[in-house]
Design a binder for this molecule. Structure first.
Ligand code: SER
Length: 428
């Protein structure tokens, strides 16, 4: 029986090794093969040149656990299944096997008692419905049917849902087939409806056979590839009978530490605010382990915002002692066996987090005080419920209070911020 994240990683790699795949270590979160992204958001970024036809030194069948960062889903973070940092299990065919074998492998790993052993009646599948660019994915549909999946459990969806390609205008893309697990009360509904959030997406098989040009047209790739991604945190939660990613062992010790810092007894389920404090810390630790230090621009600034988000949420919960480094320490302990780069960067991670936290706490206190004073004093606020661009810029220039926080605080008070005015003030 697979139960923990560590067992899941191990078994997944072993399964695909037994099918002739070479195991490769996760690439860095800082992409060096794909200029279209700031961070690796999926297993395919490090492999782009090989999907386009370059020879990979490890061969044409690969398997890996890739570290990923997604900041685009920021409003979903804190729900049951969206995380800023997550691990994606993948198996790759670089011009070798295609749909039939990919689905065969997936079916065996999902349902065989030797592997995940998920009952078929808890699973739902989607396939690409077809449009002007590419036809209905009949092969994928027929393969699922051949494996005994009921037609009521295979949904056909348009490009919006069943087509995968990374952010950016150009690059390798293709139709996909996604697998969902029913997390609601049993039995699972007879008809699969992926818009019901209790169906949780756990794995995606992308059949990368097209290249998207800058003019929007698709041309066939030199080779047909398979790119798959299975979420470690989501599958671990399911294996443990939990309905969210925050309960299994990758997060549980983080909440225990947080409760110790807050001096409250550990609650049975972490409150949503604690999720928002916990989520950014694995992301921050892993990004720093890959050599990024918080700063003013680019990915350094994205990292800074991720860290600040945790501090801001902690502040709301009344946590006013340093918590980032102690929690990052727990993160390092949790993951270091599989990711030795965390241990190697331990000192930098802890000291940078502490420095960042102390500086931001000072900014936060000053900025919040000034914001409140400003609101009380300037009639414009009260009359129009708008923070002028000049005042927002002043908060930034004089107190270092970042604009996104001004916007957030204004929103909490049902005010808006004159962003055009802010930009004008900034350009002057
Ligand atoms: N690239 C695909 C995804 O992110 C599958 O690996 O879902």
């Amino acid at each position: 029986m697979i139960a923990t994240a560590a067992e899941l990683r191990e078994k997944y790699l072993a399964f695909f090794q037994s099918k002739g795949h070479a195991v490769i270590h996760s690439a860095s979160l800082v992409p060096d093969n794909d200029p279209t992204v700031l961070f690796t958001t999926a297993g395919m970024h490090p492999l782009v040149p090989y999907l386009l036809g370059e020879k990979h030194p490890a061969g044409v069948r690969l398997t890996d656990v890739q570290k990923c960062i997604r900041t685009g889903d920021i409003d979903d973070v804190g729900d049951a299944v969206h995380l800023t940092f997550f691990e994606m299990l993948g198996n790759w065919s670089l011009g070798d096997y295609f749909k039939k074998e990919a689905i065969e492998f997936s079916f065996e790993f999902l349902t065989s008692p030797e592997w995940l052993g998920f009952p078929l009646d808890m699973l739902g599948f989607t396939v690409f419905a077809g449009d002007d660019d590419a036809p209905f994915d009949e092969t994928a549909y027929n393969e699922w049917r051949r494996h005994g999946v009921s037609e009521k459990r295979i949904a056909k969806h348009p490009k919006k849902d069943n087509w995968w390609g990374p952010a950016g205008l150009t690059g390798p893309r293709g139709p996909d087939t996604e697998f969902f697990y029913w997390t609601g009360p049993k039995p699972a509904p007879e008809v699969f409806d992926p818009s019901d959030k209790r169906w949780v997406e756990i794995w995606n098989n992308v059949f990368m056979e097209y290249f998207k040009n800058a003019d929007g047209s698709y041309v066939p790739l030199k080779q047909k590839n398979v790119d798959t991604g299975m979420g470690v945190e989501r599958v671990t939660a399911i294996l443990q009978g939990k309905d969210n990613c925050y309960e299994p062992e990758l997060f549980a010790p983080i909440f225990a530490k947080l409760d110790e810092i807050r001096r409250v007894p550990s609650p049975a389920e972490p409150p949503p605010a604690e999720r928002l404090i916990a989520d950014p810390l694995p992301a921050s630790a892993f990004i720093m382990a890959d050599g990024v230090i918080p700063d003013k621009n680019g990915r350094e600034y994205v990292l800074r915002r991720i860290i600040r988000r945790a501090i801001r949420e902690a502040n709301r919960l009344g946590i006013n002692t340093n918590f980032c480094a102690p929690i990052a320490d727990v993160v390092i302990e949790n993951y270091k066996k599989f990711y030795p780069e965390l241990e190697a960067a331990r000192n930098t991670i802890l000291s940078e987090l502490t420095r960042e936290e102390e500086a931001f706490r000072r900014t936060l206190e000053r900025g919040m005080r000034e914001f409140e004073k400003m609101i009380a004093r300037v009639p414009d606020f009260v009359q129009n419920k708008v923070v002028s661009g000049k005042n927002a810029f002043n908060l930034y220039e004089t107190y270092g209070f970042p604009i996104e926080l001004t916007v957030e605080m204004a929103r909490e008070k049902n005010f808006s911020v004159d962003m055009k005015g802010y930009e004008e003030a900034r350009q002057k």
